[in-house]
Write a protein that binds this ligand. Structure first.
Ligand code: ZN
Length: 61
C-alpha cells in the first residue's frame, strides 16, 4: 500500500513540510521555522517585499 503524505510548502524556508498530526509545526517544516515566522511578525520584520534585485554582494564569511 502507498500511504499518501500531504505536503505543504513551508512559508518560512520553502521546503516541503508534511501535513499530518506528526508535524505539530505545520504548515511549517519545523519548530525553528515556526518560531522564526512568529518572531518575524511580532517584531514587524515582515515588510512588503519590494522588487528583489539580484545582489551578489552578500557573502558572510
Ligand atoms: Zn521550514
Amino acid at each position: 500500500m502507498v500511504v499518501k503524505v500531504t505536503k505543504v510548502r513551508c512559508p518560512q524556508c520553502g521546503s516541503e513540510a508534511p501535513w499530518n498530526p506528526g508535524n505539530p509545526y505545520r504548515p511549517f517544516c519545523s519548530e525553528r521555522c515556526k518560531l522564526i515566522d512568529l518572531g518575524a511578525w511580532s517584531s514587524e520584520a515582515y515588510r512588503v517585499p519590494a522588487q528583489e534585485k539580484k545582489t551578489v554582494s552578500e557573502d558572510r564569511g
